[in-house]
Write a protein that binds this ligand. Structure first.
Ligand SMILES: Cc1cc2nc3c(=O)[nH]c(=O)nc-3n(C[C@H](O)[C@H](O)[C@H](O)COP(=O)(O)O)c2cc1C
Length: 212
């Protein structure tokens, strides 16, 4: 009897550990060859209408390509798909929110680090349709990474320039992959800061809806 109870306790413990374990995701390698040409992708770039946004979920491969385009390493261990002042590591962080939770993109390992298992999509945009996107990427100015720059104006400008480059890359890779995308400025700041566990000094810049 004692043995059976001990066994049960072990099983329960393992079950609880499995349930609470973080679910970081190693993304598949991004596509770096072939596909639609840049000029065709530029010709097709457009925002998908918010009210009629495509609701199909992205595959891991598609998400991998989009995140890599947003801020992936493209030249060894230093050098990214977007330009950063003085070649500093990216000072805008990219988060992904989908039905599985909230994740931060770690460009150094090309993986998603779980922040929470909460589906926050219904409470991040000021426009109702934002909740329809199967995945939204959230772009955040990282105060600690930006502290290498000398003053507040530079820090804000450099973060906004980086987010502009990142989101344009997301538009272009989305058009090349046939995904829907839309830049959204009207976000729920406080809700996002809390859902992403952001330090007070970090600033949410925008989000991008993604679907197919
Ligand atoms: C800085 C910026 C802010 C935007 N903010 C929003 C927004 O809050 N909500 C929205 O529905 N679309 C937003 N958009 C998407 C624009 O409305 C869209 O890009 C514009 O209608 C032009 O369409 P196109 O991207 O297909 O050329 C924003 C775009 C930019 C560049």
């Amino acid at each position: 009897m004692k043995k059976a109870i001990a066994c049960l306790v072990v099983i329960l413990f393992q079950l609880l550990s499995a349930l609470s374990a973080s679910a970081d995701i190693k993304l598949p390698s991004p596509q770096t060859e072939g596909g639609m040409g840049l000029f065709e992708s530029l010709k097709k770039r457009a925002s998908s209408p918010g009210g009629d946004f495509p609701t199909g979920a992205l595959s891991d491969e598609e998400l991998s390509n989009v995140l890599w385009a947003a801020t992936g390493l493209n030249r060894g261990d230093k050098g990214w798909t977007v330009p950063m002042d003085k070649g500093e590591p990216p000072y805008v962080d990219v988060y992904a929110a989908n039905d599985k939770g909230v994740f931060m993109y770690d460009w150094s390992s090309h993986s998603l680090v779980e922040i929470s298992k909460n589906d926050i999509r219904a409470n991040i945009g000021l426009q109702k349709f934002v909740e329809k996107a199967p995945c939204s990427l959230i772009f955040v100015a990282d105060a600690e990474a930006l502290s290498v720059f000398t003053n507040e104006t530079l820090r804000a400008q450099f973060a906004d320039v980086a987010a502009g480059a990142m989101t344009q890359n997301v538009y272009l890779v989305s058009s090349a992959l046939g995904l829907g995308a839309r830049y959204i400025h009207s976000v729920k700041d406080e809700e996002l800061k809390s859902a992403l566990n952001l330090p007070d000094e970090n600033r949410v810049i925008c989000l991008m809806m993604l679907g197919k």
